[in-house]
Design a protein around this ligand. Sequence first.
Ligand code: HEC
Ligand code: HEC
Ligand code: HEC
Ligand code: HEC
Length: 387
Amino acid sequence: MIVCTAGDIFEYTPTNRTPWAETERKAKYMSQALGLMDYDAIALGEKDLAFGTDLLQGYADEYSLPFVCANAVDPDGKPLFEPYRIVERDGVKVAIMGLVSPERHIIAQVESELLGKKIRIDDPSEVALKYLPQMREAADVLVLLSHTGIETSEFLSEDLGFDVVIVGHYPAVAAAPEKVGNAIFCQAGAKSDRFGTLDLTLNDANEIEKFSGDAVRLLLKGPQNDEIHELGQELDRIEKEERREAQLASQREREKVQQEKAVATIHDRNGIFGAESCRSCHQPVYDSWLATPHATAFATLAEADAWDNPDCIGCHVTGAADKHHVMDVNIAPEIWNVQCEECHGSGLQHARDGSYLGAGEATCRKCHDPDNSPEFDYELYKSYGVH
Ligand code: HEC
Ligand code: HEC
Ligand code: HEC
Ligand code: HEC
Protein backbone atom coordinates (compact mmCIF):
# COMPACT_ATOMS: atom_id res chain seq x y z
CA MET A 1 0.00 0.00 0.00
CA ILE A 2 1.10 3.54 -0.75
CA VAL A 3 -0.48 6.41 1.15
CA CYS A 4 -0.53 9.94 -0.19
CA THR A 5 -2.48 13.20 -0.18
CA ALA A 6 -2.93 15.98 -2.72
CA GLY A 7 -2.48 18.88 -0.30
CA ASP A 8 -4.10 21.78 1.60
CA ILE A 9 -3.63 19.98 4.84
CA PHE A 10 -2.78 22.90 7.08
CA GLU A 11 -5.16 25.42 5.54
CA TYR A 12 -3.60 28.75 6.38
CA THR A 13 -5.97 31.49 5.23
CA PRO A 14 -4.73 34.92 6.33
CA THR A 15 -8.17 36.45 5.75
CA ASN A 16 -9.95 34.40 8.37
CA ARG A 17 -9.63 35.79 11.86
CA THR A 18 -7.89 32.88 13.56
CA PRO A 19 -4.79 34.22 15.31
CA TRP A 20 -1.51 33.08 13.83
CA ALA A 21 -0.34 31.32 17.00
CA GLU A 22 -3.44 29.13 16.92
CA THR A 23 -3.03 28.35 13.22
CA GLU A 24 0.59 27.44 13.72
CA ARG A 25 -0.14 25.24 16.72
CA LYS A 26 -2.83 23.37 14.82
CA ALA A 27 -0.41 22.82 11.94
CA LYS A 28 2.11 21.38 14.37
CA TYR A 29 -0.42 18.92 15.79
CA MET A 30 -1.51 17.99 12.26
CA SER A 31 2.09 17.39 11.29
CA GLN A 32 2.60 15.15 14.27
CA ALA A 33 -0.54 13.17 13.38
CA LEU A 34 0.51 12.95 9.71
CA GLY A 35 3.87 11.63 10.85
CA LEU A 36 2.13 8.87 12.78
CA MET A 37 0.17 7.92 9.65
CA ASP A 38 3.29 7.02 7.66
CA TYR A 39 2.53 8.84 4.46
CA ASP A 40 4.60 8.04 1.38
CA ALA A 41 4.02 11.40 -0.30
CA ILE A 42 2.34 14.62 0.74
CA ALA A 43 1.73 17.23 -1.94
CA LEU A 44 1.55 20.85 -0.85
CA GLY A 45 -1.39 23.09 -1.67
CA GLU A 46 -1.25 26.87 -1.82
CA LYS A 47 -2.61 27.12 1.72
CA ASP A 48 0.19 24.87 2.95
CA LEU A 49 2.86 26.84 1.09
CA ALA A 50 1.53 30.01 2.71
CA PHE A 51 3.14 28.79 5.96
CA GLY A 52 6.51 29.38 4.37
CA THR A 53 9.34 27.03 3.56
CA ASP A 54 11.12 27.25 6.91
CA LEU A 55 8.15 26.19 8.94
CA LEU A 56 7.15 23.41 6.55
CA GLN A 57 10.70 22.12 6.33
CA GLY A 58 10.81 22.19 10.13
CA TYR A 59 7.70 20.00 10.32
CA ALA A 60 9.11 17.72 7.60
CA ASP A 61 12.32 17.20 9.56
CA GLU A 62 10.69 16.81 12.94
CA TYR A 63 7.92 14.41 11.93
CA SER A 64 9.44 12.80 8.79
CA LEU A 65 6.88 14.21 6.38
CA PRO A 66 7.60 13.37 2.73
CA PHE A 67 6.54 16.62 1.06
CA VAL A 68 6.60 16.67 -2.75
CA CYS A 69 6.11 19.80 -4.80
CA ALA A 70 7.79 20.24 -8.17
CA ASN A 71 6.75 23.74 -9.14
CA ALA A 72 7.08 25.80 -5.94
CA VAL A 73 10.49 27.38 -6.38
CA ASP A 74 12.69 30.07 -4.85
CA PRO A 75 13.43 33.31 -6.74
CA ASP A 76 16.31 31.54 -8.56
CA GLY A 77 13.99 28.83 -9.79
CA LYS A 78 15.29 26.18 -7.41
CA PRO A 79 12.62 23.76 -6.13
CA LEU A 80 11.81 24.35 -2.46
CA PHE A 81 10.85 20.72 -1.87
CA GLU A 82 11.51 17.36 -3.48
CA PRO A 83 9.78 17.49 -6.90
CA TYR A 84 8.89 13.79 -6.78
CA ARG A 85 9.62 10.64 -4.84
CA ILE A 86 10.02 7.06 -5.90
CA VAL A 87 8.40 4.44 -3.73
CA GLU A 88 8.88 0.74 -4.28
CA ARG A 89 6.37 -1.97 -3.41
CA ASP A 90 6.66 -5.65 -4.40
CA GLY A 91 9.23 -4.85 -7.07
CA VAL A 92 7.07 -2.15 -8.63
CA LYS A 93 8.46 1.36 -8.62
CA VAL A 94 6.00 4.22 -8.33
CA ALA A 95 7.09 7.82 -8.95
CA ILE A 96 4.88 10.39 -7.20
CA MET A 97 5.05 14.05 -8.16
CA GLY A 98 3.31 17.01 -6.53
CA LEU A 99 2.12 20.06 -8.46
CA VAL A 100 0.30 23.13 -7.24
CA SER A 101 -1.71 25.54 -9.32
CA PRO A 102 -0.38 29.05 -10.00
CA GLU A 103 -3.80 30.24 -11.22
CA ARG A 104 -4.98 33.51 -9.77
CA HIS A 105 -8.40 32.29 -8.71
CA ILE A 106 -6.79 29.48 -6.73
CA ILE A 107 -3.95 31.33 -5.01
CA ALA A 108 -5.69 34.71 -4.59
CA GLN A 109 -6.25 34.31 -0.84
CA VAL A 110 -2.62 33.62 -0.07
CA GLU A 111 -0.92 35.51 -2.85
CA SER A 112 0.68 38.15 -0.64
CA GLU A 113 1.89 35.48 1.80
CA LEU A 114 3.60 33.63 -1.03
CA LEU A 115 5.15 36.83 -2.33
CA GLY A 116 6.30 37.80 1.14
CA LYS A 117 7.84 34.39 1.70
CA LYS A 118 9.52 34.48 -1.70
CA ILE A 119 7.72 31.45 -3.03
CA ARG A 120 7.16 31.40 -6.77
CA ILE A 121 4.82 28.92 -8.43
CA ASP A 122 5.95 27.99 -11.94
CA ASP A 123 3.87 26.65 -14.81
CA PRO A 124 2.94 23.08 -13.83
CA SER A 125 3.16 21.46 -17.28
CA GLU A 126 6.52 23.01 -18.08
CA VAL A 127 7.92 21.84 -14.79
CA ALA A 128 6.40 18.37 -15.11
CA LEU A 129 7.79 17.95 -18.64
CA LYS A 130 11.23 18.66 -17.25
CA TYR A 131 11.08 15.79 -14.77
CA LEU A 132 8.91 13.26 -16.61
CA PRO A 133 11.62 11.59 -18.73
CA GLN A 134 13.74 10.81 -15.69
CA MET A 135 10.68 9.65 -13.74
CA ARG A 136 9.59 7.36 -16.59
CA GLU A 137 13.12 6.01 -16.74
CA ALA A 138 13.21 5.24 -13.03
CA ALA A 139 9.67 4.04 -12.32
CA ASP A 140 6.92 1.78 -13.63
CA VAL A 141 3.92 3.82 -12.58
CA LEU A 142 3.71 7.63 -12.58
CA VAL A 143 1.39 9.30 -10.12
CA LEU A 144 0.53 13.00 -10.07
CA LEU A 145 -0.73 14.59 -6.86
CA SER A 146 -2.46 17.41 -8.64
CA HIS A 147 -3.28 20.29 -6.38
CA THR A 148 -4.81 22.23 -9.24
CA GLY A 149 -8.54 21.59 -9.33
CA ILE A 150 -10.22 19.41 -11.94
CA GLU A 151 -9.82 21.32 -15.23
CA THR A 152 -6.10 21.79 -14.92
CA SER A 153 -5.73 18.19 -13.80
CA GLU A 154 -7.47 17.01 -16.96
CA PHE A 155 -5.42 19.33 -19.10
CA LEU A 156 -2.21 18.24 -17.43
CA SER A 157 -2.89 14.55 -17.80
CA GLU A 158 -3.63 14.92 -21.52
CA ASP A 159 -0.49 16.88 -21.99
CA LEU A 160 1.85 14.78 -19.94
CA GLY A 161 0.77 11.21 -19.67
CA PHE A 162 0.72 10.35 -15.97
CA ASP A 163 -0.81 6.97 -15.19
CA VAL A 164 -2.67 8.09 -12.13
CA VAL A 165 -3.89 11.56 -11.17
CA ILE A 166 -5.05 12.28 -7.63
CA VAL A 167 -7.13 15.43 -7.84
CA GLY A 168 -6.73 17.98 -5.06
CA HIS A 169 -8.20 21.41 -4.33
CA TYR A 170 -11.59 20.24 -5.55
CA PRO A 171 -14.55 19.29 -3.41
CA ALA A 172 -16.39 17.00 -5.86
CA VAL A 173 -16.31 13.29 -5.09
CA ALA A 174 -16.16 10.53 -7.68
CA ALA A 175 -17.51 7.34 -6.12
CA ALA A 176 -14.81 5.34 -7.88
CA PRO A 177 -11.67 6.09 -9.89
CA GLU A 178 -12.34 6.56 -13.58
CA LYS A 179 -10.38 6.87 -16.78
CA VAL A 180 -9.92 10.38 -18.17
CA GLY A 181 -7.97 10.06 -21.40
CA ASN A 182 -5.17 7.68 -20.58
CA ALA A 183 -4.98 8.50 -16.90
CA ILE A 184 -6.87 7.07 -13.96
CA PHE A 185 -8.47 9.89 -11.99
CA CYS A 186 -9.13 9.67 -8.29
CA GLN A 187 -11.32 12.27 -6.59
CA ALA A 188 -12.11 11.78 -2.94
CA GLY A 189 -13.33 15.32 -2.24
CA ALA A 190 -12.15 17.70 0.44
CA LYS A 191 -12.00 18.26 4.21
CA SER A 192 -10.89 14.71 4.99
CA ASP A 193 -14.47 13.47 4.65
CA ARG A 194 -13.31 10.58 2.54
CA PHE A 195 -10.34 8.41 1.91
CA GLY A 196 -9.88 7.47 -1.73
CA THR A 197 -8.58 4.02 -2.53
CA LEU A 198 -7.16 2.71 -5.80
CA ASP A 199 -6.16 -0.91 -6.44
CA LEU A 200 -3.92 -1.43 -9.43
CA THR A 201 -3.20 -4.78 -11.07
CA LEU A 202 -0.09 -4.80 -13.26
CA ASN A 203 0.89 -7.32 -15.93
CA ASP A 204 4.30 -8.91 -16.25
CA ALA A 205 5.62 -5.84 -18.09
CA ASN A 206 4.49 -3.77 -15.10
CA GLU A 207 1.76 -2.07 -17.11
CA ILE A 208 -1.59 -1.32 -15.54
CA GLU A 209 -4.01 -4.04 -16.49
CA LYS A 210 -6.91 -3.45 -14.17
CA PHE A 211 -7.95 -0.88 -11.60
CA SER A 212 -10.69 -0.45 -9.07
CA GLY A 213 -11.25 1.72 -6.02
CA ASP A 214 -13.56 3.63 -3.79
CA ALA A 215 -14.04 6.92 -1.98
CA VAL A 216 -14.56 5.62 1.54
CA ARG A 217 -16.47 7.87 3.86
CA LEU A 218 -14.55 8.39 7.09
CA LEU A 219 -16.89 7.93 10.00
CA LEU A 220 -16.45 9.06 13.54
CA LYS A 221 -16.99 5.50 14.66
CA GLY A 222 -14.46 3.04 13.47
CA PRO A 223 -10.96 1.91 14.17
CA GLN A 224 -8.89 4.65 15.65
CA ASN A 225 -5.28 5.19 16.47
CA ASP A 226 -4.97 6.02 20.17
CA GLU A 227 -1.94 8.20 19.76
CA ILE A 228 -3.58 10.33 17.05
CA HIS A 229 -6.83 10.44 19.01
CA GLU A 230 -4.96 11.70 22.08
CA LEU A 231 -3.29 14.42 19.96
CA GLY A 232 -6.74 15.62 18.84
CA GLN A 233 -8.02 15.59 22.41
CA GLU A 234 -5.00 17.51 23.63
CA LEU A 235 -5.41 20.20 20.97
CA ASP A 236 -9.11 20.46 21.87
CA ARG A 237 -8.25 20.90 25.52
CA ILE A 238 -5.69 23.63 24.80
CA GLU A 239 -8.08 25.50 22.52
CA LYS A 240 -10.95 25.29 25.02
CA GLU A 241 -8.72 26.50 27.84
CA GLU A 242 -7.58 29.41 25.68
CA ARG A 243 -11.13 30.38 24.78
CA ARG A 244 -12.02 30.28 28.48
CA GLU A 245 -9.04 32.48 29.32
CA ALA A 246 -10.07 34.92 26.59
CA GLN A 247 -13.60 35.06 27.99
CA LEU A 248 -12.31 35.67 31.50
CA ALA A 249 -10.01 38.40 30.23
CA SER A 250 -12.85 40.19 28.47
CA GLN A 251 -15.01 39.81 31.58
CA ARG A 252 -12.23 41.33 33.69
CA GLU A 253 -11.94 44.12 31.14
CA ARG A 254 -15.69 44.80 31.42
CA GLU A 255 -15.47 44.84 35.22
CA LYS A 256 -12.57 47.26 35.04
CA VAL A 257 -14.56 49.61 32.82
CA GLN A 258 -17.48 49.41 35.25
CA GLN A 259 -15.19 50.15 38.17
CA GLU A 260 -13.72 53.09 36.34
CA LYS A 261 -17.24 54.32 35.71
CA ALA A 262 -18.02 53.94 39.41
CA VAL A 263 -14.91 55.91 40.32
CA ALA A 264 -15.92 58.50 37.74
CA THR A 265 -19.31 58.99 39.44
CA ILE A 266 -17.52 59.31 42.78
CA HIS A 267 -15.38 61.99 41.20
CA ASP A 268 -18.57 63.64 40.05
CA ARG A 269 -19.42 63.90 43.78
CA ASN A 270 -16.06 65.55 44.44
CA GLY A 271 -14.52 62.20 45.23
CA ILE A 272 -16.82 61.46 48.18
CA PHE A 273 -17.48 57.77 48.84
CA GLY A 274 -19.70 58.37 51.86
CA ALA A 275 -19.57 57.29 55.51
CA GLU A 276 -21.15 53.92 54.67
CA SER A 277 -18.03 52.97 52.75
CA CYS A 278 -15.81 53.69 55.78
CA ARG A 279 -18.09 51.85 58.17
CA SER A 280 -16.97 48.35 57.21
CA CYS A 281 -13.49 49.00 58.62
CA HIS A 282 -14.18 51.72 61.16
CA GLN A 283 -17.40 50.58 62.82
CA PRO A 284 -16.65 52.07 66.32
CA VAL A 285 -15.70 55.46 64.85
CA TYR A 286 -18.76 55.31 62.62
CA ASP A 287 -21.03 54.59 65.58
CA SER A 288 -19.69 57.48 67.62
CA TRP A 289 -19.84 59.82 64.60
CA LEU A 290 -23.48 58.82 64.17
CA ALA A 291 -24.15 60.22 67.64
CA THR A 292 -22.76 63.69 66.77
CA PRO A 293 -24.90 66.54 65.34
CA HIS A 294 -22.82 66.27 62.14
CA ALA A 295 -24.62 63.04 61.24
CA THR A 296 -27.98 64.83 61.08
CA ALA A 297 -26.88 68.23 59.76
CA PHE A 298 -28.93 67.90 56.58
CA ALA A 299 -32.07 66.99 58.49
CA THR A 300 -31.56 70.20 60.44
CA LEU A 301 -31.74 72.11 57.17
CA ALA A 302 -34.85 70.24 56.13
CA GLU A 303 -36.49 71.09 59.45
CA ALA A 304 -35.64 74.74 58.79
CA ASP A 305 -37.24 74.22 55.36
CA ALA A 306 -33.95 75.16 53.72
CA TRP A 307 -32.83 71.78 52.25
CA ASP A 308 -32.93 73.27 48.73
CA ASN A 309 -31.53 76.68 49.58
CA PRO A 310 -28.25 77.08 47.69
CA ASP A 311 -26.99 79.51 50.35
CA CYS A 312 -27.45 77.00 53.19
CA ILE A 313 -26.55 73.60 51.79
CA GLY A 314 -22.75 74.00 51.51
CA CYS A 315 -22.00 73.58 55.24
CA HIS A 316 -24.69 70.95 55.89
CA VAL A 317 -23.40 68.40 53.38
CA THR A 318 -20.07 66.74 52.61
CA GLY A 319 -17.56 67.82 50.01
CA ALA A 320 -19.09 71.11 48.83
CA ALA A 321 -16.20 73.26 47.67
CA ASP A 322 -18.06 76.52 48.19
CA LYS A 323 -19.62 76.57 51.61
CA HIS A 324 -21.69 79.71 51.09
CA HIS A 325 -23.31 78.94 47.77
CA VAL A 326 -23.79 75.68 45.91
CA MET A 327 -24.66 75.60 42.24
CA ASP A 328 -26.72 72.41 42.28
CA VAL A 329 -29.36 71.92 44.95
CA ASN A 330 -30.10 68.33 43.85
CA ILE A 331 -27.95 66.83 46.59
CA ALA A 332 -27.30 63.09 46.39
CA PRO A 333 -28.22 61.35 49.69
CA GLU A 334 -24.70 59.93 49.81
CA ILE A 335 -23.34 63.38 50.65
CA TRP A 336 -26.05 64.57 53.01
CA ASN A 337 -24.69 65.58 56.44
CA VAL A 338 -21.16 66.32 57.60
CA GLN A 339 -19.49 62.99 57.03
CA CYS A 340 -16.02 61.52 57.53
CA GLU A 341 -14.57 62.82 54.29
CA GLU A 342 -15.54 66.40 55.04
CA CYS A 343 -12.85 66.42 57.73
CA HIS A 344 -10.42 63.77 56.42
CA GLY A 345 -10.65 64.39 52.69
CA SER A 346 -11.78 62.11 49.88
CA GLY A 347 -11.33 58.38 50.50
CA LEU A 348 -9.23 58.40 47.33
CA GLN A 349 -6.48 59.91 49.50
CA HIS A 350 -6.83 57.33 52.28
CA ALA A 351 -3.42 56.73 53.87
CA ARG A 352 -2.27 54.97 57.02
CA ASP A 353 0.69 57.13 57.93
CA GLY A 354 -1.04 59.92 59.80
CA SER A 355 -1.38 62.14 56.74
CA TYR A 356 -5.08 61.30 56.28
CA LEU A 357 -5.98 62.55 59.77
CA GLY A 358 -5.85 65.98 58.22
CA ALA A 359 -8.60 67.60 60.22
CA GLY A 360 -7.42 70.52 62.32
CA GLU A 361 -8.99 73.74 63.51
CA ALA A 362 -8.90 75.30 60.04
CA THR A 363 -11.02 72.43 58.76
CA CYS A 364 -13.70 73.15 61.32
CA ARG A 365 -13.66 76.87 60.64
CA LYS A 366 -14.63 76.42 56.99
CA CYS A 367 -18.12 75.93 58.39
CA HIS A 368 -17.88 77.09 61.95
CA ASP A 369 -17.46 80.69 60.92
CA PRO A 370 -18.49 83.62 63.12
CA ASP A 371 -21.83 84.05 61.35
CA ASN A 372 -23.00 80.49 61.70
CA SER A 373 -21.13 79.30 64.79
CA PRO A 374 -20.40 82.33 66.94
CA GLU A 375 -19.59 80.27 69.99
CA PHE A 376 -17.12 78.01 68.29
CA ASP A 377 -14.23 77.01 70.53
CA TYR A 378 -11.99 74.43 68.91
CA GLU A 379 -10.90 72.50 72.01
CA LEU A 380 -14.40 72.43 73.41
CA TYR A 381 -16.08 71.57 70.12
CA LYS A 382 -13.51 68.94 69.36
CA SER A 383 -14.20 67.27 72.68
CA TYR A 384 -17.74 66.31 71.74
CA GLY A 385 -18.20 67.14 68.06
CA VAL A 386 -15.79 64.77 66.33
CA HIS A 387 -16.41 61.10 67.12
C1 HEC B 1 -20.67 78.59 56.37
C2 HEC B 1 -21.36 77.41 56.83
C3 HEC B 1 -22.85 77.45 57.07
C4 HEC B 1 -23.83 77.94 56.26
C5 HEC B 1 -23.65 78.59 54.89
C6 HEC B 1 -25.07 77.66 56.91
N1 HEC B 1 -24.86 77.01 58.09
FE1 HEC B 1 -26.25 76.36 59.35
N2 HEC B 1 -24.81 75.81 60.70
C7 HEC B 1 -23.47 75.87 60.46
C8 HEC B 1 -22.74 75.49 61.66
C9 HEC B 1 -21.22 75.38 61.78
C10 HEC B 1 -23.67 75.18 62.59
C11 HEC B 1 -23.43 74.73 64.04
C12 HEC B 1 -23.26 75.95 64.84
C13 HEC B 1 -22.96 75.71 66.26
O1 HEC B 1 -23.76 75.01 66.89
O2 HEC B 1 -21.96 76.23 66.68
C14 HEC B 1 -24.98 75.38 61.95
C15 HEC B 1 -26.19 75.15 62.53
C16 HEC B 1 -27.44 75.32 61.94
C17 HEC B 1 -28.71 75.03 62.56
C18 HEC B 1 -28.88 74.41 63.91
C19 HEC B 1 -28.50 75.33 64.99
C20 HEC B 1 -29.26 76.58 64.99
O3 HEC B 1 -28.61 77.63 64.79
O4 HEC B 1 -30.48 76.48 65.13
C21 HEC B 1 -29.68 75.38 61.66
C22 HEC B 1 -31.16 75.25 61.81
C23 HEC B 1 -29.00 75.87 60.48
N3 HEC B 1 -27.64 75.85 60.70
C24 HEC B 1 -29.64 76.33 59.34
C25 HEC B 1 -29.02 76.97 58.33
C26 HEC B 1 -29.73 77.70 57.27
C27 HEC B 1 -31.23 77.81 57.14
C28 HEC B 1 -28.79 78.18 56.43
C29 HEC B 1 -28.98 79.00 55.20
C30 HEC B 1 -29.64 80.24 55.43
C31 HEC B 1 -27.50 77.77 57.00
N4 HEC B 1 -27.69 77.06 58.15
C32 HEC B 1 -26.28 78.05 56.39
C33 HEC B 1 -22.84 76.24 59.25
C34 HEC B 1 -23.50 76.88 58.23
C1 HEC C 1 -15.92 66.88 62.07
C2 HEC C 1 -14.72 66.32 61.56
C3 HEC C 1 -14.60 64.83 61.54
C4 HEC C 1 -15.51 63.93 61.06
C5 HEC C 1 -16.87 64.21 60.46
C6 HEC C 1 -14.89 62.61 61.16
N1 HEC C 1 -13.66 62.71 61.72
FE1 HEC C 1 -12.35 61.22 62.04
N2 HEC C 1 -11.15 62.49 63.03
C7 HEC C 1 -11.35 63.85 63.12
C8 HEC C 1 -10.37 64.40 63.98
C9 HEC C 1 -10.26 65.88 64.34
C10 HEC C 1 -9.56 63.34 64.39
C11 HEC C 1 -8.42 63.38 65.34
C12 HEC C 1 -7.19 63.78 64.64
C13 HEC C 1 -6.05 63.95 65.57
O1 HEC C 1 -6.03 63.23 66.54
O2 HEC C 1 -5.25 64.79 65.21
C14 HEC C 1 -10.05 62.15 63.76
C15 HEC C 1 -9.48 60.88 63.82
C16 HEC C 1 -9.91 59.78 63.13
C17 HEC C 1 -9.25 58.50 63.09
C18 HEC C 1 -7.97 58.09 63.77
C19 HEC C 1 -8.13 58.04 65.26
C20 HEC C 1 -9.31 57.21 65.68
O3 HEC C 1 -10.21 57.83 66.29
O4 HEC C 1 -9.35 56.02 65.35
C21 HEC C 1 -10.00 57.69 62.29
C22 HEC C 1 -9.74 56.25 61.94
C23 HEC C 1 -11.13 58.47 61.82
N3 HEC C 1 -11.03 59.73 62.34
C24 HEC C 1 -12.11 57.98 61.02
C25 HEC C 1 -13.28 58.66 60.78
C26 HEC C 1 -14.42 58.06 60.16
C27 HEC C 1 -14.51 56.66 59.65
C28 HEC C 1 -15.38 59.00 60.11
C29 HEC C 1 -16.79 58.89 59.60
C30 HEC C 1 -17.58 57.80 60.12
C31 HEC C 1 -14.82 60.21 60.68
N4 HEC C 1 -13.55 59.95 61.07
C32 HEC C 1 -15.49 61.43 60.77
C33 HEC C 1 -12.34 64.58 62.50
C34 HEC C 1 -13.47 64.05 61.96
C1 HEC D 1 -10.73 48.51 53.90
C2 HEC D 1 -10.75 49.02 55.22
C3 HEC D 1 -10.83 50.50 55.37
C4 HEC D 1 -11.75 51.35 54.81
C5 HEC D 1 -12.90 51.03 53.87
C6 HEC D 1 -11.44 52.62 55.34
N1 HEC D 1 -10.35 52.57 56.15
FE1 HEC D 1 -9.55 54.08 57.17
N2 HEC D 1 -8.07 52.90 57.84
C7 HEC D 1 -8.01 51.55 57.65
C8 HEC D 1 -6.85 51.03 58.32
C9 HEC D 1 -6.45 49.56 58.37
C10 HEC D 1 -6.20 52.12 58.89
C11 HEC D 1 -4.91 52.14 59.70
C12 HEC D 1 -5.11 51.54 61.05
C13 HEC D 1 -5.96 52.40 61.90
O1 HEC D 1 -5.52 53.53 62.19
O2 HEC D 1 -7.07 51.96 62.29
C14 HEC D 1 -6.99 53.27 58.57
C15 HEC D 1 -6.70 54.55 58.98
C16 HEC D 1 -7.55 55.61 58.82
C17 HEC D 1 -7.31 56.94 59.35
C18 HEC D 1 -6.07 57.38 60.06
C19 HEC D 1 -5.21 57.86 58.90
C20 HEC D 1 -3.74 57.89 59.07
O3 HEC D 1 -3.13 58.41 58.11
O4 HEC D 1 -3.20 57.35 60.03
C21 HEC D 1 -8.38 57.70 58.99
C22 HEC D 1 -8.58 59.18 59.30
C23 HEC D 1 -9.27 56.87 58.25
N3 HEC D 1 -8.76 55.61 58.19
C24 HEC D 1 -10.47 57.31 57.74
C25 HEC D 1 -11.22 56.57 56.86
C26 HEC D 1 -12.32 57.11 56.12
C27 HEC D 1 -12.81 58.52 56.21
C28 HEC D 1 -12.81 56.11 55.36
C29 HEC D 1 -13.96 56.18 54.38
C30 HEC D 1 -13.83 57.15 53.32
C31 HEC D 1 -11.99 54.96 55.62
N4 HEC D 1 -11.05 55.26 56.52
C32 HEC D 1 -12.18 53.76 55.03
C33 HEC D 1 -8.91 50.79 56.93
C34 HEC D 1 -9.96 51.29 56.20
C1 HEC E 1 -18.99 70.99 56.44
C2 HEC E 1 -19.12 71.94 57.53
C3 HEC E 1 -18.61 71.58 58.88
C4 HEC E 1 -17.33 71.26 59.25
C5 HEC E 1 -16.08 71.19 58.36
C6 HEC E 1 -17.36 71.05 60.66
N1 HEC E 1 -18.60 71.20 61.12
FE1 HEC E 1 -19.20 71.01 63.02
N2 HEC E 1 -21.12 71.39 62.51
C7 HEC E 1 -21.54 71.69 61.22
C8 HEC E 1 -22.98 71.87 61.20
C9 HEC E 1 -23.82 72.19 59.97
C10 HEC E 1 -23.40 71.66 62.49
C11 HEC E 1 -24.82 71.72 62.98
C12 HEC E 1 -25.41 70.36 62.90
C13 HEC E 1 -26.80 70.29 63.41
O1 HEC E 1 -27.04 70.85 64.50
O2 HEC E 1 -27.63 69.69 62.76
C14 HEC E 1 -22.20 71.37 63.26
C15 HEC E 1 -22.19 71.11 64.59
C16 HEC E 1 -21.07 70.86 65.36
C17 HEC E 1 -21.08 70.68 66.79
C18 HEC E 1 -22.26 70.71 67.65
C19 HEC E 1 -22.43 72.08 68.16
C20 HEC E 1 -23.58 72.18 69.11
O3 HEC E 1 -23.30 72.27 70.31
O4 HEC E 1 -24.71 72.13 68.59
C21 HEC E 1 -19.79 70.48 67.17
C22 HEC E 1 -19.29 70.25 68.58
C23 HEC E 1 -18.98 70.56 66.00
N3 HEC E 1 -19.80 70.82 64.94
C24 HEC E 1 -17.60 70.41 65.97
C25 HEC E 1 -16.82 70.46 64.82
C26 HEC E 1 -15.41 70.34 64.83
C27 HEC E 1 -14.54 70.17 66.07
C28 HEC E 1 -15.01 70.44 63.56
C29 HEC E 1 -13.64 70.33 63.01
C30 HEC E 1 -12.83 69.23 63.48
C31 HEC E 1 -16.21 70.60 62.78
N4 HEC E 1 -17.30 70.64 63.59
C32 HEC E 1 -16.22 70.74 61.39
C33 HEC E 1 -20.73 71.82 60.10
C34 HEC E 1 -19.39 71.53 60.07
